[in-house]
Design a protein around this ligand. Structure first.
Ligand SMILES: NC(=O)c1ccc[n+]([C@@H]2O[C@H](COP(=O)([O-])OP(=O)(O)OC[C@H]3O[C@@H](n4cnc5c(N)ncnc54)[C@H](OP(=O)(O)O)[C@@H]3O)[C@@H](O)[C@H]2O)c1
Length: 208
């Protein structure tokens, strides 16, 4: 195996509100380091990060976006500001956890919001995922009822979907791939004032 294949991916969560903190709890549960960033000075949310666990590393947006895998846990309207943090997202995987609920479809050129986000993060590979659960459920241990809580993933890049699928497994979830952003992605995101069919479905996959 080459040095490159051996490299352990680095992770960041941009946005440390309800969903960002729920994701951070999943990383903390498994002792996986993850950087977290907001618009604010990292010191202002260091105590919140420390309360979740020592693996949660408060940092600036400029530092966080150096990670290999970046969870986008900001409001949909803020995604262009985050996208500006790098001239190119080549080599990076963005996990889009945003929901464009209430954004008129015509403002998105009729496209699923994940495609709009993918275009903003030029050169990056985008996976829509970890989005169908409310934060209060996502933050819980996914080992429930003798099975594992499901997370849905959609991407136009099979390699990126596999990478985030493996991460989801490592975090204790049961990943289910839904296909590309325009098909599967629409099942787990809002479109105008309609929710995707799989949103807020608290599914558990039984392993037995
Ligand atoms: N809450 C849920 O149950 C839920 C479920 C599924 C999906 N989602 C989606 O997840 C996303 C986040 O929702 P939320 O409920 O977690 O929102 P939230 O509690 O309001 O948190 C938003 C976070 O984004 C940060 N942020 C805003 N602009 C930023 C920028 N330009 N750079 C870096 N960080 C920035 C904010 O930091 P500052 O404090 O510095 O502004 C804050 O930490 C939304 O798109 C939402 O639709 C939410």
């Amino acid at each position: 195996m080459s040095k490159l294949e051996n490299k352990v991916a680095s992770y960041a969560i941009v946005g440390f509100g309800s969903i960002g903190q729920a994701l951070a709890k999943a990383f903390a549960r498994k002792g996986i380091d993850v950087s977290v960033a907001t618009t604010r000075d990292p010191e202002s949310f260091a105590s919140v990060a420390a309360a979740i666990g020592p693996d949660i590393i408060p940092t600036t947006l400029a530092e966080a976006v150096k990670a290999d895998v970046i969870f986008l846990a900001v409001h949909f309207e803020s995604h262009p500001d985050v996208a500006k943090a790098m001239p190119t997202w080549q080599g990076k995987t963005i996990v889009d956890v945003t929901n464009a609920y209430g954004v008129p479809p015509e403002k998105l050129g009729g496209q699923p919001s994940a495609r709009v986000v993918a275009q903003a993060f030029t050169g990056g590979k985008l996976v829509k995922g970890f989005i169908h659960l409310v934060a209060s459920v996502l933050e819980q241990d996914p080992a429930v009822q003798g099975g594992r809580r499901v997370v849905f993933l959609a991407s136009d890049d099979d390699g990126a979907a596999a990478e985030i699928g493996a991460l989801a497994e490592n975090l204790g979830f049961a990943p289910i791939k839904l296909g590309g952003l325009s098909e599967g992605g629409l099942l787990v995101q809002a479109h105008g004032k309609n929710w995707g069919q799989l949103i807020f479905k608290d599914l558990v996959k039984f392993d037995g």
